[in-house]
Design a protein around this ligand. Structure first.
Ligand code: NI
Length: 187
């Protein structure tokens, strides 16, 4: 296992649309090793999602794991690899979710996200899968899919007013996170 270096905002790889992975390549040692290293890196940083461009690889792949314990009423996601994901909103309504990003350390923002989505993707074995996600998990999947299209959560914010450094967020915004129907995390 190798812990990979994380690309920070300003690195062009984070603004470059990532290349789809050919299904026949998924079983290759190169892709399987990349997946292993990305999982190790996500866990080392206590992240719950990590997209390949964040470790300087411009391919359409992310890993994510949302444990139930993070917040009692959120939809759980076991450790999952999503390759070439396509997100479709099931409904137009959006919710505000507090997000952080390993590529934008120390910053949190309140981001409007579709509340109910369907994501179609290939898993780590190249199998076609679809998943319906809502609430926080839907936001995680939208955040990671955005990374594959060169988009960061800052781009999605309607207002920059809630943008906070972590210390100030804890002091001034932490208490209202439930009221805002969101939570905070690092993706
Ligand atoms: Ni991120």
């Amino acid at each position: 296992m190798t812990i990979l270096k994380i690309a920070k905002m300003g690195h062009p790889v984070l603004r470059t649309p990532a290349e789809p992975i050919k299904p026949a390549e998924i079983s290759s040692t190169e892709v399987q090793t990349l997946i292993e290293h990305m999982i190790a890196t996500m866990e080392d940083y206590d992240g719950i999602g990590l997209a390949a461009p964040q470790i300087h690889v411009s391919k359409q792949l992310f890993v994510a794991e949302v444990p139930q314990s993070r917040k009692s009423d959120i939809q759980e996601l076991p450790l999952t690899v999503m390759i070439n994901p396509e997100v479709t909103p099931d409904k137009e309504d959006k919710v505000l979710v507090w997000e952080g990003c390993l590529s934008i350390p120390g910053i949190r923002g309140l981001v409007p996200r579709y509340n109910q989505i369907t994501v179609a993707y290939l898993d780590h074995k190249g199998q076609k899968k679809t998943l319906k996600a809502s609430g926080f998990l839907a936001a995680v999947i939208q955040h990671e899919t955005d990374h594959l299209n060169g988009t960061l959560f800052l781009d999605r914010m309607d207002s920059k007013a809630p943008l906070s450094f972590t210390d100030e967020w804890m002091k001034y915004w932490g208490e209202v996170q439930d009221v805002q129907a969101g939570t905070v995390t690092f993706l």
